[in-house]
Design a binder for this molecule. Structure first.
Ligand SMILES: Nc1ncnc2c1ncn2[C@@H]1O[C@H](COP(=O)(O)OP(=O)(O)O)[C@@H](O)[C@H]1O
Ligand SMILES: [Mg+2]
Length: 322
């Protein structure tokens, strides 16, 4: 039996801005289990980052409000209702960056620039163990070595601004957490570093049984990295299953279109961009979020939001025509 780590239960959320309201998350139903690796894929603006930031309350509140549903983090087998606590209260601070962490395109934001790498790591270690300062230092250095940081002992005394982007990613990964959200972690890095970082994330995820949520707009990036994939479109999960189910037997027209638009999976065929564009986030859409771009759309699709239906072997699809 897989153990639940984090659950999103039918979560809906909106941004309220001077331009109006956006239905940014719609009925997000997702469970992350201990040690699993999940890819969240979808075009820009479909709610991937908002989904990742919600459980550690990194969204601007009250501009962003959850209108429905619940997010539950299973901590020491006790369910912790993340949305029912204060945004910067004690409880969430025990989890944020310590048990659930994020690495971003610009990893600087999650490490303090005014403290050394070592002091940040040691503090974290000492909060969670009874180690002495000296023991915590040695432990931190071994964590850096494990994350393949060269000259780990020297890096321990460096300030984070002295490190390159790739090196900062490594430090974040070395901090070791139960659940890591990697939000487009390699988009800003060059291709060689990109491959190294993805390899490192994968190794540590396996060795440490850390759960990983890898977020990307690029389906090709997740193909070799994760066990399961959730495809997002306009704040809805439109398809979810194992990596094989989603890539080899895609059922949602949007997933099919995404796959057709990857150059590397179809060598001889010309690239097919997805037709149409993502609607303006402030526009009010009725029915299936994808119907305007879908060749199979019927009158029903324009009126009703399809339910998220489980097909064989837990393969889930939100489409009337699938
Ligand atoms: N700071 C913000 N203010 C207003 N709207 C926002 C803000 N951040 C995100 N949104 C809205 O949420 C949607 C999803 O954003 P995001 O989760 O960042 O998308 P992505 O899938 O590219 O990570 C955007 O299309 C936008 O409408
Ligand atoms: Mg994003």
């Amino acid at each position: 039996m897989r153990k639940k780590l984090l659950e999103y239960k039918n979560v809906a959320g909106q941004f309220h801005t001077i331009e109006g309201k956006t239905n940014t998350l719609n009925d997000i139903d997702l469970t992350i289990y201990e040690g699993m690796s999940l890819g969240i894929v979808g075009e820009s603006g479909c709610g991937k980052s908002v989904t990742a930031r919600l459980p550690i309350r990194l969204l601007p509140e009250p501009m962003f409000t959850v209108t429905k549903g619940d997010v539950i983090y299973h901590r020491n087998d006790t369910p912790f209702h993340v949305l029912k606590t204060k945004q910067n209260g004690k409880e969430i601070n025990k989890i944020r960056g310590k048990e659930i962490s994020m690495i971003f395109q610009k990893p600087m934001s999650s490490l303090s620039p005014i403290h050394t790498v070592g002091s940040q790591m040691s503090e974290l270690i000492r909060q969670h163990t009874s180690m002495t300062k000296k023991e915590a230092k040695e432990h931190a250095i071994s964590m850096l070595e494990r994350a393949r940081v060269p000259r780990a002992r020297e890096v321990y005394d460096d300030y984070t601004f002295q490190l390159s982007g790739g090196m900062r990613q490594r430090v974040m990964i070395a901090m070791g957490v139960r659940l890591l959200f990697a939000d487009e972690p390699t988009t800003a890095l060059d291709v060689t570093i990109q491959a190294q970082i993805l390899g490192l994330i994968k190794d540590i995820q396996r060795e440490e049984n850390m759960a990983l949520v890898l977020i990307t707009h690029d389906l090709a990036v997740v193909a070799n990295m994760v066990d399961e994939i959730a495809v997002f479109y306009l704040g809805y999960i439109v398809e979810q299953g194992t990596t094989d189910q989603v890539l080899k037997d895609p059922k949602h027209p949007y997933t099919k279109a995404l796959i057709d638009s990857i150059p590397t999976l179809h060598t001889n065929e010309p690239l097919k961009p997805i037709k149409g564009s993502i609607p303006d986030p402030y526009s009010k859409i009725t029915g299936c979020p994808f119907w305007m771009r879908c060749d199979k759309a019927t009158a029903k699709c324009r009126k009703e939001v399809p339910p998220f239906v489980t097909h064989e072997n837990d393969h889930k699809v939100r489409c009337f025509e699938a």
